[in-house]
Design a protein around this ligand. Structure first.
Ligand code: BMA
Length: 376
């Protein structure tokens, strides 16, 4: 006769099976909480964790705009970099600019082919470094460049309800297509830091302080972010990058679009006259930035700086390092070395008067270049 299943033994057997499974699962390490407040690919999470790690320690990465596209006296040479020509390593951070990508052009506003840029972004990721992307996009209303702020209706014209909204979504789509195309041979969508709408606390760009309202500026960000999220671009981290104008938290966050978008907080400022003046502005801006980043649990970075032509043979250790003053930042990025403008350079290159000083900077245990960034 078949044994009849009675209620109690059956339940006991079930418990015997389920209890160990339950105990095992409750002992498992809790899942690390996401550092970002928006959906992120695993690779973007790893990048963000690496940025936090570097920012929290005594080190910071050296960054250089357009580093592997061209240098002070050359352009488009495979593998070449002014930084590497001097110290043997690539910067920890390389910046590129997307301006004119939105127009469907094959080269950016400074002549860099987007195909070249895509390959260099992948290479920088493969070597364990990071790429940050700025966007000096043309004025969609006037057809002028990013510095054309002649028409104060520009931002409102591209927001939802504006006459150029649909056309602007086509432009955003071209940028999204490019992001989507940045994939390694193994199929990894490369994580990168996107830093649009920068220096908005000044008024030299059409999205700047006097050229749109606070609400319009925030809506511009929201539209951009939502568009990229809808396109599934969770490989992007996002950076907020005012100029050096904000003097306190209130001014820093006046046009801040929200913690749910941003991963990195920074500022852009350049030395234009005395060392003392630069040190003063850097100190004030870093004080504001570090407090902002700490209270919002974001990564801090000096998203753009430099001294055009670097006319100071000890600028790296005599001005930049003291200006950073051991602040908990992930990186400092200096601007491009234009190949076609003799004096428009901010990074190091062989033969520059500050080359020996740059080597001291490079050998300082606090500076991180690509070989040691380990962001992958
Ligand atoms: C500016 C200058 C310009 C350049 C722009 C975008 O600061 O370097 O020559 O076109 O950045 O890279």
């Amino acid at each position: 006769m078949e044994k009849k299943k009675t209620g109690i033994p059956y339940l006991a057997a079930l418990l015997l099976v389920l209890l160990p499974a339950f105990l095992l699962s409750s002992c498992k390490e809790p899942k690390t909480p996401s550092l970002s407040q928006h959906p992120c690919s695993p690779e973007a999470e790893t990048l963000l964790a690496g940025l936090h790690r570097i920012a929290e320690g005594p080190s910071f990465m050296y960054g250089h705009q357009d580093d592997t596209a061209y240098g002070h006296s050359w352009k488009y040479e495979d593998g070449r970099s002014d930084t590497k020509d001097v110290c043997g390593d690539y910067p920890g951070v390389i910046g590129f600019d997307l301006g004119h990508l939105e127009l469907g052009r094959s080269r950016n506003l400074d002549g860099v082919p987007f195909n070249w840029m895509r390959r260099e972004i992948i290479r920088q990721y493969e070597r364990g470094g990071m790429v940050t992307l700025s966007w000096h996009l043309d004025n969609p209303l006037t057809g002028g460049n990013a510095w054309d702020y002649s028409n104060k209706e520009t931002v409102s014209s591209i927001l939802p309800g504006g006459s150029l909204h649909d056309e602007f979504l086509v432009r955003l789509g071209r940028v999204a297509d490019f992001f989507e195309s940045i994939v390694t041979e193994k199929g990894v969508k490369v994580p990168m830091l996107f830093r649009p709408w920068h220096e908005h606390t000044g008024s030299w760009f059409w999205w700047g302080q006097d050229n749109c309202t606070t609400e319009q500026y925030k809506a511009l960000w929201r539209m951009t972010f939502d568009f990229m999220q809808k396109r599934g671009l969770t490989n992007l981290l996002w950076a907020y990058s005012p100029g050096s104008e904000p003097k306190n938290q209130e001014e820093y966050f006046e046009r801040y679009p929200g913690d749910d978008i941003m991963d990195v907080l920074g500022f852009d400022t350049y030395q234009s006259d005395s060392r003392e003046g630069y040190l003063r502005v850097m100190k004030k801006s870093l004080d504001v930035l570090i407090e902002a980043a700490q209270t919002h649990n974001k990564v801090a970075a000096v998203t753009e700086t430099g001294y055009e032509s670097t006319p100071d043979s000890t600028w790296w250790t005599g001005t930049l390092v003291p200006a950073l003053d051991n602040a908990p930042i992930a990186y400092v990025l200096v601007w491009r070395n234009a190949w076609d403008r003799e004096t428009h350079h901010y990074g190091i290159y062989p033969g520059h008067e500050s080359e020996a000083d740059f080597m001291i900077f490079y050998n300082d245990s606090r500076t991180v270049f690509a070989n040691d960034a380990k962001l992958k």
